[in-house]
Design a protein around this ligand. Structure first.
Ligand SMILES: Cc1cc2nc3c(=O)[nH]c(=O)nc-3n(C[C@H](O)[C@H](O)[C@H](O)COP(=O)(O)OP(=O)(O)OC[C@H]3O[C@@H](n4cnc5c(N)ncnc54)[C@H](O)[C@@H]3O)c2cc1C
Length: 548
């Protein structure tokens, strides 16, 4: 058996599913291989971030997420305690999914939709395009590159048959132990191992009646040495995930008795718990040195590993997938060039560094608390310790719970495929980039194009689709007309919209804003009087884009 496709995606986790879906949505022939059977042993992610929800809106799958099985009335509070029957040290109140409204900066809001519900939604989306196919129980065992093409060797794990696939591109979405990354010899850099952690999913329908605290999404248990355990409401009903946080020094393996006794310690009483799965895993902070080798790319956990304290691992991986997809698509359509493909590393690596460092920072806040052995004491000393710890958690973790800028503020600074306007204060740009909370809508090149409601259900984001999009806030000039004609002649897909809402004008600021197919601003200006060829060769990373 030998197959030919445009792109082979290895790995059908959330990132591979999103990438293959987006590529097929853009009309390309994609084959996704996964060595598993599509079932999820233990759901890891459960926060679908606001930017990912904007992509879901574009893909038409918001309703599927909203209708998934998570109990949308379940409160989402983060609660800091010594135990559920001990002292509550602080609480960050958070609305349930049904109560929360989208912020003014987005048509969507973040959603709680754990992986065992979210992956099937992405799979359904990916398979809704006839040009996409998924082979489960199929392992990629090797590949080679020659003549602008990749030859992939795959093994059918049901029959042991080995077969070849020819493809223009190969993308490894094959997770933290990526074969594709290792085969390319790409190293990862960062703090490395942070903790040996064990996750336990258990069933207990009466869990919240075992204690007298108001229900929460995440209970965080603090002892004399900081936070040692968390329990989260994994489906808002009867399933819970306990994480025994651990450290980087000791690789613990827990027996069932030990797991149960630690759960009893967290709750402060014994109870009936049915352990559904136990997953020891290593928390790390690592980013790949590069994301591309000729026609092979890596994406998602294969190029960055982060502490989940921030809910950003998958969300960043889906951001990678969206960034990569339109670039591969541009190349396959003939208008995108080498620099467009190279820009994937330039743009996404700094984002991975941003989110991994932020997430490790959150872990450190949880672990390094002003706590000591008096935290459990029924005395004024104990009260004092609990107050200090409660304050440190409540204040310190606000940046994790309200990290809007981590999701919407991923600006591509110094990208070779954007045309930047006035020089900016680099210290200010850096401090905005590092700010987790305060998102300031902006059309500065590289930023996500801002959302404004144009009508009851129509956002500016809904106008940005598979093409470049030019927003015009004034009559088109002769020079901009030429830019549009060039796009047409070079077969670069472009949509043009004339917008006159005062609010949109005031946020978009400039007469013309050119937005890339991924929704980031490529250029803005009141006119463009330079060479139109230079304009498009920069944006498409294609110096061969010659105008005839
Ligand atoms: C406890 C915990 C909580 C988390 N919570 C969140 C959260 O709330 N929000 C968030 O954004 N992120 C969260 N994350 C991180 C998130 O789960 C990961 O970032 C995400 O799963 C990565 O997706 P991926 O598709 O890149 O890789 P994976 O999910 O690891 O998928 C890789 C796939 O590749 C397949 N594969 C591997 N090698 C091969 C091969 N050679 N051939 C064929 N197939 C192969 C595997 O079978 C697997 O299906 C959390 C992580 C943990 C541990």
């Amino acid at each position: 058996m030998s197959l030919k496709v445009d792109v082979v995606v290895v790995g059908g986790g959330p990132v591979g599913l999103a990438l293959s879906g987006d590529l097929a949505w853009r009309g390309h022939k994609v084959l996704l291989l996964d060595k598993g059977d599509g079932s999820i042993f233990q759901p890891k992610m459960d926060l679908v971030g606001i930017r990912t929800m904007e992509f879901c809106r574009r893909w038409g799958i918001v309703k599927d997420v909203e209708e998934s099985e998570y109990d949308r009335n379940y409160p989402q509070d983060n609660v800091y305690l010594t135990s559920l029957n001990g002292y509550e040290l602080g609480r960050q109140k958070m609305p349930s999914m049904n109560e929360e409204l989208p912020p003014k900066e987005s048509p969507q809001k973040r959603e709680r939709c754990p992986q065992n519900y979210f992956d099937p939604i992405l799979k359904k989306f990916a398979l809704s395009h006839f040009s996409n196919n998924i082979y489960y129980k199929t392992e990629c065992i090797g590949f080679s590159q020659a003549h602008n093409q990749v030859n992939i060797q795959a093994k059918d794990l049901n029959t042991d048959e080995i077969f070849n696939i020819e493809s223009i591109f190969l993308v490894g979405c094959d997770g933290g132990k990526s074969l594709i990354r290792d085969s390319l010899g790409i190293q990862m850099t960062g703090k490395g191992l942070l903790t040996y952690t064990t996750n336990v999913i258990f069933e207990c329908s009466e869990f919240n009646s075992l204690h007298n605290k108001a229900p929460g999404y995440r209970y965080m248990f603090i002892g004399p040495s900081g936070t040692w355990c968390t329990i989260v409401a994994i489906n808002g009903k009867d399933q819970w995930r306990m994480s025994l946080i651990g450290n980087a020094e000791e690789k613990r393996v827990y027996t069932e008795e030990e797991i149960k006794s630690l759960a009893y310690k967290a709750v402060g009483t014994t109870f009936d718990m049915k352990i559904l799965s136990v997953l020891p895993w290593q928390r790390a902070e690592l980013v790949a040195d590069k994301y591309r080798d000729r026609n092979v790319f890596i994406c998602g956990d294969s190029c960055h590993l982060t502490s989940p304290t921030g809910g950003l691992g998958m969300n960043t991986g889906i951001g990678d997938a969206v960034d990569l997809s339109w670039k591969l698509s541009g190349y396959l359509q003939g208008w995108g060039g080498e620099v467009l493909l190279d820009s994937y590393t330039f743009e996404r690596k700094p984002i991975a560094e941003r989110i991994t460092q932020f997430s490790t920072g959150n872990l450190e806040i949880m672990k390094k608390l002003p706590s000591n052995e008096f935290i459990y004491d029924d005395s004024s000393t104990g009260e004092n310790v609990r107050e200090q710890v409660g304050k440190a958690m409540t204040e310190g973790l606000k940046r994790e719970w309200f990290s809007l800028n981590m999701h919407l503020g991923n600006r591509y600074i110094n990208s070779p495929i954007n045309i930047y306007d006035e020089p900016e204060d680099s210290l200010k740009v850096q401090s905005e980039f590092e700010d987790a909370i305060n998102y300031i809508p902006s059309t500065r090149p590289g930023a996500r194009a801002p959302h404004i409601w144009l009508d009851k259900d129509l956002s500016t984001l809904d106008l940005i689709n598979k093409k470049y999009t030019l927003f015009c806030f004034t009559n088109i000039t002769d020079e901009i007309k030429v830019i549009c004609q060039y796009a047409n002649e070079l077969k670069i897909p472009l949509s043009i919209f004339y917008l006159d809402s005062i609010q949109t004008k005031s946020i978009y600021e400039w007469s013309f804003v050119m937005i890339r197919p991924d929704g980031h601003v490529a250029w803005r200006g009141h006119n463009y009087k330079l060479d139109p060829h230079l304009f498009w060769s920069t944006l498409t990373g294609n110096s061969n884009a010659i105008h005839h």
